[in-house]
Write a protein that binds this ligand. Structure first.
Ligand SMILES: Nc1ncnc2c1ncn2[C@@H]1O[C@H](COP(=O)(O)OP(=O)(O)OP(=O)(O)O)[C@@H](O)[C@H]1O
Length: 338
């Protein structure tokens, strides 16, 4: 709606007029950074005998419609965390973002069909679970642990999740987070309807068994005599940053109930390296193994390749390559099923 424009609307047989105005602040201020001094307002005109209808039904109808339009037009974003030294100052942000346009969907994911359906249903159930979570007194969040060998579709699965639910993705680089308080501030700065991802959690930081080792370390550590080594050691200590308990507190501590509808995803190639406390059910609610090609995955790949390649000769070459790759990697004897 442009300024000085007037729009006529009808609601339950009642005629209404909307107009948009803008006023500029008259007070003169000296500012360091440019600020928006413009005030925008919308004026609604209606006959006074309809005031009750407007206050009781129309305004809530407008708010609801507005929210729906906003959701429909929302462009999803992929966020990554900025180093904390860039957090302060003019227009600084904890997160940088780009448009999220990953093409992966559950249709293009090659994996066991039953598991795929189970994950989709779980996600949809979660996204519609606001009342359920409120009823049982739990924060509206869900944890997924995706594990398996490199290149088996963990990142693609996260993109498919985000595309299914229409959520933003926060790619949290833990190695860039200095300490637990920073981690908390970062997570508090995420929006609802989002997936917070920590990829390769086993490599991100020494989270494995850190709690158990702490006392042992504290007591036995030899203090180096040489000042240079001392300084390096001190720096290394500073680098160690986020602790396991800090991360656990952030995942399911009180902060996580500030706003809801967040999914937390950890990915790892080495699930056995992780501290059981980090991935216990209730914290990481669903553990999903993504592995080498199974028969259902093979069928999805078949559909994709048939759709893409019109030459039978090329298709045969690709299939030979896939078969060789899969028979090397997989223990399943699905070859017979083909
Ligand atoms: N199950 C799958 N279905 C569809 N595409 C897949 C699958 N697994 C791997 N790919 C393809 O292989 C490439 C690598 O996949 P992806 O990055 O999702 O794997 P990853 O498990 O996250 O790897 P890493 O552990 O190295 O981060 C992508 O281009 C993806 O499209």
């Amino acid at each position: 709606m442009d300024y000085n424009e007037e729009i006529t609307e009808e609601f339950q047989g009642v005629k209404l007029w909307w107009s948009a105005n803008r006023t500029l602040s008259k007070t003169q201020r000296i500012v360091i950074y440019p600020v928006d001094d413009e005030k925008k307002s919308y004026k609604l005109t209606v006959h006074k005998r309809h005031i009750e209808l407007i206050t009781q039904s129309y305004i809530s109808h407008v708010m609801k419609e507005g929210k729906e339009i906003e959701t429909r037009n929302r462009q999803r974003k992929l966020y990554s965390n900025n180093p904390s030294q860039n957090w302060d100052g003019y227009r600084s942000n904890k997160w940088s973002n780009v448009l999220f346009e990953h093409p992966a969907t559950f249709d293009t994911l090659a994996m066991d069909a039953k598991l795929k359906e189970e994950i989709k249903n779980d996600l949809i159930k979660f996204s519609k679970g606001k009342d359920y979570y409120a009823r049982i007194g739990k924060a509206w969040k869900r944890g997924y642990l995706l594990y398996g060998p490199p290149g088996t579709g963990k990142s693609s699965m996260i993109a498919a999740m985000a595309n299914l639910l229409d959520y933003d993705v926060y790619d949290l680089e833990l190695t860039a987070v200095k300490e637990n308080t920073e981690l908390r501030r970062l997570l508090l700065d995420t929006s609802s309807k989002s997936i917070i991802v920590i990829e390769d959690i086993d490599c991100s930081i020494d989270l494995t068994g850190q709690r158990g080792k702490k006392t042992e370390k504290d007591g036995n550590e030899d203090e180096p005599s040489d000042p240079a080594t001392k300084r390096v050691k001190k720096e290394e200590k500073k680098e160690s940053k986020v602790t396991l308990s800090g991360l656990l507190n952030c995942i399911d501590g009180l902060w996580s109930s500030c706003g809801g509808e967040r999914i937390i995803v950890f990915t790892t190639n080495y699930v056995e390296k992780l501290d059981p406390a980090l991935i216990r059910r209730g914290r990481m609610d669903k553990h999903i193994e993504l592995s080498y090609c199974c028969f259902d995955a093979f069928k999805v790949l078949n559909c994709l390749i048939v759709a893409l390649m019109h030459s039978r000769y090329l298709r045969r070459i690709i299939w030979r390559l896939i078969l060789i790759h899969c028979s090397e990697k997989s223990n399943h004897c699905w070859g017979k099923q083909i």
